[in-house]
Structures are given as C-alpha cells and as structure tokens.
Design a protein around this ligand. Structure first.
Ligand code: FES
Length: 153
C-alpha cells in the first residue's frame, strides 16, 4: 500500500521516516523510532495510554495519522525529563504513589503536563475532568489528580 516520507521533530530531534500512509503516530513512535513509552491500550481513542503532545496539544497518538505530521513537534513521555532530572510531574507521581501497574502512567503524565500547561488546574474537579480520557484500571484517580495539583502549585 502507498507510503510517504514524513519529517517531524520528536523530543527535540528531527526525524525523517517512510511510513505506510495508514500508520498511526503511535506506531511510528513505537515501531519506527523505538519509543515504547507511549502505550497501546485500546488503539481506538478510548483509554489515553497513547497520549502525546503535538505542537503542544494533547492527542491520542493511536488516532493520529503519521503522514499528517509533516513539520510537527511531538513530545512523548521520553522527552519530559531534563537529563537525569525527572519532570516535576514525574517526580510527583512517585511522591504521591500515583500508579500501581504503571501501564497507563506515561499517558497520564503527558496528559497531566498538558493540563498544567493549559491551566486547567483550578480545582481537583477541573483536573479530573481534563484527565477523564485517561483510564486507570487500578483506580489511582485520586492520587493522579493530587500529583497534578501538587505540580501545578
Ligand atoms: Fe490510544 Fe487507547 S491506545 S486511546
């Protein structure tokens, strides 16, 4: 089937890949670039495990076609830490014990970063609403909201 070349910036590094036109951003990240932090839960836009930022906007990468991202800036969970220093929200997830199995955590953290960047942190309810597309089967929602709240200050 038809394929295309796409150049995009992932976590600050310019990448050029040739992908099948139907390839999702999630598969581009995981299969072509080896960035397996973003998880494939439902692969249908219903769980948030694949959440990344595209040009600063939160998206479900499983629903985003890679070939549409020419010139885009993508940030995944791998791009959040500053060298050895965790992103403050990553540290808050540890401090608040905001995960059990950890499968949804990368998506939760990227979504939480979007929440903070866009200022949807006025109350626990507002955070919970913003984060409602990120499902946690272990039921860590209270601690996840607390971690976002702590980080937002
Ligand atoms: Fe993308 Fe579930 S894997 S929303």
């Amino acid at each position: 089937s038809p394929s295309s070349r796409v150049s995009l910036t992932v976590n600050g590094t310019r990448r050029t890949v040739t992908v099948d036109n139907r390839t999702s951003l999630l598969d581009l990240l995981r299969e072509h670039l080896g960035l397996t932090g973003s998880k494939k839960g439902c692969n249908a836009g219903a769980c948030g495990a694949c959440t990344v930022l595209v040009d600063g906007q939160r998206v479900n990468s499983c629903l985003t076609l890679a070939v549409r991202l020419e010139g885009a800036e993508v940030t995944t969970v791998e791009g959040l830490a500053d060298g050895d220093r965790l992103h403050p929200l990553q540290q808050a997830f540890i401090d608040e014990d905001a995960f059990q199995c950890g499968y949804c955590t990368p998506g939760q953290i990227v979504s939480g970063v979007g929440c903070i960047q866009e200022g949807h942190t006025g109350s626990p309810e507002e955070i919970r609403e913003w984060m409602s597309g990120n499902i946690c089967r272990c039921g860590c929602y209270v601690k996840i909201v607390r971690a976002v709240e702590q980080t937002a200050g």
